[in-house]
Design a protein around this ligand. Structure first.
Ligand code: HEC
Ligand code: HEC
Length: 218
């Protein structure tokens, strides 16, 4: 009897594995994945839900947007992000998505969000493929316009000046329009002058160059 059992059990297991093997393994892997990702989620900002979960849909996982129309928040200077959220809230910067959202945020939440996203390392805007001719023209315009004087070395941003390296192409173009029309303003007034003077071709050239800069390499 014992002997039959000894042979029997491994046989049953072998049979089960043969029939359900890949499913059982799949279930084990799923369980493993869930445990690992839950731990990562908790480590990232406490228990569910995070206030940053709301932002993912448009700004990408951890604020690294892979959509050219939505800005990346990752690695932007905290004071800059804070100012922008306040600007949306007081309708000094117009946007139908951000205004209502920013109006509901407390100062503590604004500070937390700005601090959180400023700490996330930015990644390259890898789904953007630049037009090489326009990109070369954009590089000349950036040098001639001395954009780095305000936007910092390698256009990585600091204080109230945003990082431009690797930002979304359509988003950058839209910002030029907004500075030109006055829907968006900044204290130096320089962005309005730049956006108004540059031809559409030059704005596209600038956006091509900026969107294709890799913030992890330069
Ligand atoms: C439904 C989409 C949507 C959601 C959700 C969303 N945003 Fe935005 N956000 C946008 C869009 C679109 C813009 C660009 C606005 C513009 O063109 O001026 C933007 C811009 C911003 C900017 C300015 C970025 C820059 O470079 O100047 C900040 C800061 C920001 N969002 C923070 C947040 C935070 C924090 C959350 C989550 C609490 C969030 N957003 C959720 C759509 C969204
Ligand atoms: C005198 C300083 C100054 C110079 C020079 C300058 N900028 Fe800016 N730029 C700013 C400031 C300040 C902002 C943030 C505006 C705000 O707070 O809304 C800005 C914002 C921008 C934005 C929007 C970025 C975002 O994430 O929303 C773009 C794009 C931009 N600048 C491009 C350029 C380019 C291209 C040049 C060079 C041709 C340039 N800037 C030169 C001060 C400057």
């Amino acid at each position: 009897m014992k002997k039959t059992l000894l042979i029997g059990i491994p046989l049953v297991i072998a049979l089960l594995m043969a029939v359900f093997g890949s499913d059982l393994l799949g279930l084990y892997r799923l369980q493993h994945y869930l445990t690992a990702s839950t731990a990562a989620y908790l480590a990232d900002g406490g228990s569910w839900p995070h206030v940053t979960d709301v932002c993912i849909e448009c700004h990408g996982v951890k604020g690294n947007s892979l959509h050219q129309g939505y800005p990346s928040l990752a690695g932007q200077p905290a004071p800059y992000l804070e100012t922008q959220l306040h600007n949306f809230a007081r309708e000094a910067r117009r946007n139908p998505n951000m205004e209502p959202l920013a109006m509901t945020m407390s100062d503590t939440q604004v500070k937390y969000l700005a601090d959180y996203f400023s700490r996330v390392p930015p990644v390259a805007n890898r789904y953007f493929s630049p037009d090489q001719q326009l990109r070369a023209r954009g590089q000349q315009l950036v040098a001639a316009g001395n954009c780095a004087a305000c936007h910092g070395a390698r256009l990585m941003g600091h204080d109230q000046f945003p990082r431009l390296a690797g930002q979304g192409y359509d988003y950058i173009l839209a910002q030029f329009d907004e500075f030109a029309s006055g829907a968006r303003n900044e204290p130096t007034g320089v962005m309005k002058v730049i956006a108004t003077r540059a031809s559409l071709e030059d704005r596209k050239a600038l956006a091509n160059y900026l969107a294709s800069l890799d913030p992890t390499k330069n």
